[in-house]
Design a protein around this ligand. Sequence first.
Ligand code: ATP
Length: 229
Amino acid sequence: PMDEIKGDIEFKNVWFSYDNENWILKDVSFKISPGQSVAFVGETGSGKTTIISLISGFYKIQKGEILIDGFNLNHLNLRDLRKNISVVLQDVFLFSGTIKSNITLGNPIDERTLSEAIQYSCCDSVIDSFPNGMEEPVMERGATLSAGQRQLISFARAIAHNPRIFILDEATANIDTNTEKLIQKAIENTVKNRTTLIIAHRLSTIKNADNIIVLKNGTIIEMGNHSKL
Ligand code: ATP
């Protein structure tokens, strides 16, 4: 039973290939304690996205072990696991509906949780800029919103669902300075008290992480905090 997880994540000598021919991850090992944040950095194709995809159980690894709270991922109920994980990707997925429905995803989230999520995600600035507030219609894919606004909504979504594990692929898109500051604050608030894995593109995010993992060609070449590296 895994309704409540602590959010302890361990990769033990993980080898992974998408095609059973080319190793994409080669003997990757790391451990994240509950509530800790880890920033993954490394050049394009080094395996960062692959690592975060494996945690949600999207692929099976060939060798090694991925442990969540000490349990092998292969033996976990993935539906239960995914209930405990919120993922914010670079290209945030919004669907047609309202800002509110994009935050709640139709789940029964009480008003207080919702308003806290909006506050902590700095999404209130987005909501206040629309005449209909939270009921503002959202077009398919969120076409009428800026990339920064879409990300703030996705942080509100993550916080409202209170996951034990938060996964973020930080946006590289052009985002104005003010929204950038809001996103930075939103990241800080979302990361608090939950296990976080970030594919980091900003120095500020890297500096704030408890641990930094540097990847190259599917192997970890450096690991440590900002002052150590
Ligand atoms: P980026 O910074 O560009 O996002 P990344 O570090 O996240 O790169 P990955 O996306 O994990 O790197 O890709 C690692 C390697 O795996 C690359 O060589 C890529 O071509 C390959 N790869 C990624 N996804 C797939 C897939 N679904 N099928 C086959 N190969 C893949």
